[in-house]
Structures are given as structure tokens and as C-alpha cells.
Design a protein around this ligand. Structure first.
Ligand code: GLU
Length: 424
């Protein structure tokens, strides 16, 4: 193949380059032709908008908003909106591409997209966040649509922001358009099970992987890095299945208890404590770096990109890593982890429960019908298990990591669809 190696990865890994390096490896294994390689790697559309917002004190502040549509080959593009100070075009580009691969791995009829606004949501009032969300929606009016591009929550956003987005988009349309966004509050057409869905998918993937590795969940020890929506729900659902969660963490630090942390108590503490674990006393305080290197069976990184790096990969003791976050392992760390014989259930598989139930929400909105929680969970679990088995088989057949196998599954699906649809 003639295509060049992607740019070398620098010290602090650039998420887009990290994504590209796996894409490159998987494309090679598949023998992907040059033209398709070029087409699949390039985002379809990248939009940057300026959002001047009146703050509560009367001043105006200018924010930058992004939406990247990586692909709409499999269907309308799908992906969350992130509010975070680290949001950049490169990050959103990587996250958008991961959505393409994720939707393809779980075989749902969506392409991939991602949005973001560079801001510190925790320093902003509800009124400021509402104005920001509505301004962003208006700027993206031409981009969003139930058959075009369907946003959802991501880091720093949740059902509240999705309600504002749905309302603003609907106003401009002169009618309620529920299916333009997923992850809405239940009363506005949200789906039962959506809030826990990503954590649930992490739990299901962890249990299937433990079965393959012959780890008994009832004797397993687990550390969860990140205690937001994904980490807290994954921890709670794993706890319900007998896994002992010995450490949890958020940006205030990590907390360890060898006899197991009471996750329900930790969630209650966090909810009463401004959303943080600061001052949590049911565990001893350690650093986030120490948590990553704990001697556990299962490690669930469920916060941000690049927490497992070339620096700490060698010290990781977990037998199994299940990626609740998007991109928590840098590409440089991949070979080290693989050589150590650690099984990694990659992000584009492990955290796909969220977008899967988003898909169910969109289907329910379009049908004007509501599924039971039981139906949502059962279908989500089945999709997660089927996708796991498919990826696992490819990893065995080609003797590659589950990450490369997941990319191979995704790339071949998008490539085949692209070829059937044809280009110009
Ligand atoms: N932001 C979530 C993700 O990264 C969910 C996306 C969605 O539901 O569309 O998978």
C-alpha cells in the first residue's frame, strides 16, 4: 500500500493522531485500498462557530463551538456534545471518528460526529449554560436534524442541555422535533435506561471478558477511574454483580478501600457534595496515578483521553482493562499493554452502550412509542454481547488486540457500505 505512515506521535498524545495510528494498523491488516483509506480517514465536515454570550454580570463572553461530522456513510451522523476547557478541533475530530467506528462495531445505522464548546461548565450558572446551549443550537441549525446529525450528551452535558437543544431546534422548526437529539429527560421523549446505558455496556463487556479470562466476578477486584455518569454507573452495576470495587476517583483524587467501597454510598455522597468526591471518607486517599497502577483484576478508565500512557503502561497490574472513556489509552501505550498480556476491551466497543440506547431513543421518538426498561436493557445487552463476540473472534483469527480487531470490524463495514453506495 502506498499511503504514508501518519505523523509520528508526540509526547502528549494528540487524540486524532492516536486514532489514526490504530486506523492505519487495522487498514493494513485488512489490505484496505489507498482510495478508501483516504476517504475513510477524512472527516466529511468540520464546523467552528463563535458564540458571544451575555454572562450573568452583564458582560459578554465569546466561546468557540465545534461540530465535526466524520462520516455519514452508514446513516445520519451521531455523537455527543462536550463542554470542557480542553475541547479543541483535534479532540473533536478524533471523538467524531471514534463515533463512526463505534456505531459500526455495534451495527447501528449511524455515521459518526462529535461537538464541543470550550468552556468550564462548572463555573457557569444554569442561565449562562442555557444561553450557550441555545446559541450553539441556532448556529448548528443547518447541521442538526433527525435524518442528518443527531447530538447527545457527552462530558459536561446531560439531559438538561439536551432539553434546551431540543426546544431551540423545535422552535426554529415550528413544531416539536424530539428525534433531533437523544439523552433527553424522560418526559421530553428520553428513553428509559439511557442515563445508565454507557455504564451498563461497560458492565456487560467486563463480565463477558471476565468469562473469557476465567476470572470469577465474585472474587474480582476492580478500580474505576472517573466517577461521572459512566464511571459511577459502571461501578454500581459491577458491584451489583458481586465485583469488589476497591478504588474510585474523580478530579479531586482517588479513594481506596481494600475491603471494597460502598458504591451506592459514594454516589449519594457525590450527589450531596456538589458532584465531587472531595472529602469522601469511606476510603483512603491516593492519587489518580496510583489508582491506574493498582493490583486489580479489572481497571475501568472512565474519564478522559490519555490516562494510560507510555509512562505508566509498564506498571499496570490489571489483567483486564475495559475502556469506559473515549481514548483513555494512548496509541504509544498499546504495544506495551499487549506485550504484557493484558486484555483491553477498547472504547469503541466497551462504551457503545450509550449510543446504542440513544439509537433506541431515536427509534422510539420516531415511532411515537415508549419501550419498557426491561426491553431497553435486554436489547442493549444483546447488542453488546454480539459485538463483543464478533470482535473477539477477529482478534483470535488475526492474532491482534481487541482494539485493532474492533477497528477492523468497523472499517470493513464502513468501507463495504461506501463501495456499495459509490462516490462521485
Ligand atoms: N457521548 C456518548 C459517546 O461518546 C454518546 C453518544 C450518543 O449517544 O450519540 O458514545
Amino acid at each position: 500500500m502506498a499511503y504514508l505512515e501518519p505523523a509520528p506521535i508526540k509526547d502528549k498524545e494528540n487524540p486524532f493522531e492516536s486514532m489514526m495510528s490504530r486506523f492505519h494498523t487495522a487498514a493494513h491488516k485488512l489490505g484496505l485500498d489507498d482510495e478508501t483509506y483516504e476517504i475513510l480517514k477524512s472527516p466529511t465536515k468540520q464546523v467552528i462557530v463563535t458564540l458571544p454570550i451575555t454572562m450573568d454580570d452583564g458582560s459578554k463572553k465569546v466561546f468557540e463551538g465545534y461540530r465535526v461530522i466524520h462520516s455519514n456513510t452508514l446513516g445520519p451522523s451521531k455523537g455527543g456534545i462536550r463542554y470542557d476547557p480542553d475541547v479543541s478541533l483535534d479532540e473533536v475530530k478524533a471523538l467524531a471518528a471514534w463515533m463512526t467506528w463505534k456505531c459500526a462495531v455495534v451495527d447501528i445505522p449511524y455515521g459518526g460526529a462529535k461537538g464541543g464548546i470550550r468552556c468550564k461548565p462548572w463555573t457557569m450558572s444554569a442561565g449562562e449554560l442555557e444561553r450557550l446551549t441555545r446559541a450553539y443550537t441556532v448556529s448548528m441549525y443547518e447541521i442538526f436534524g433527525p435524518d442528518l446529525d443527531i447530538p447527545a450528551p457527552d462530558m459536561g452535558t446531560g439531559p438538561r442541555e439536551m432539553a434546551w437543544l431540543m426546544d431551540e431546534y423545535s422552535k426554529a422548526n415550528g413544531k416539536t422535533v424530539s428525534a433531533v437529539v437523544t439523552g433527553k429527560p424522560l418526559v421530553l421523549g428520553g428513553s428509559l435506561g439511557r442515563v445508565e446505558a454507557t455504564g451498563r455496556g461497560v458492565m456487560v463487556s467486563s463480565l463477558v471478558a471476565m468469562e473469557k479470562l476465567k476470572i470469577n466476578p465474585a472474587h474480582a477486584k476492580c478500580a474505576v477511574q472517573g466517577f461521572g455518569n459512566v464511571g459511577s454507573n459502571a461501578a454500581s452495576l459491577l458491584e451489583d454483580r458481586g465485583v469488589k470495587i476497591i478504588a474510585i476517583s474523580d478530579h479531586t483524587g482517588a479513594y481506596i478501600s481494600e475491603k471494597g467501597i460502598d458504591i451506592k454510598a459514594a454516589i449519594e455522597f457525590k450527589n450531596k457534595n456538589n458532584g465531587t468526591l472531595e472529602g469522601f471518607e469511606l476510603g483512603d486517599k491516593i492519587s489518580n496515578e496510583e489508582l491506574i497502577e493498582l493490583d486489580v483484576d479489572l481497571l475501568v478508565p472512565a474519564a478522559k483521553e490519555d490516562v494510560i500512557t507510555l509512562k505508566n503502561a509498564q506498571n499496570i497490574k490489571a489483567k483486564l482493562i475495559v475502556e469506559g472513556a473515549n481514548g483513555p489509552t494512548g496509541a504509544k501505550a498499546d504495544p506495551v499493554i499487549f506485550d504484557k498480556g493484558i486484555t483491553v476491551v477498547p472504547d469503541i466497543l466497551a462504551n457503545a452502550g450509550g449510543v446504542t440506547v440513544s439509537y433506541f431513543e431515536w427509534v422510539q421518538n420516531r415511532l411515537g412509542y415508549k419501550w419498557t426498561q426491561e426491553r431497553v436493557n435486554r436489547r442493549c445487552d444483546r447488542i453488546m454481547k454480539d459485538a463483543f463476540e464478533k470482535v473477539f473472534k477477529i482478534s483470535e483469527k488475526y492474532n491482534v488486540s481487541m482494539r485493532i480487531a474492533a477497528y477492523m470490524v468497523a472499517i470493513s463495514k464502513v468501507a463495504d457500505t461506501y463501495k456499495l453506495r459509490g462516490g462521485y
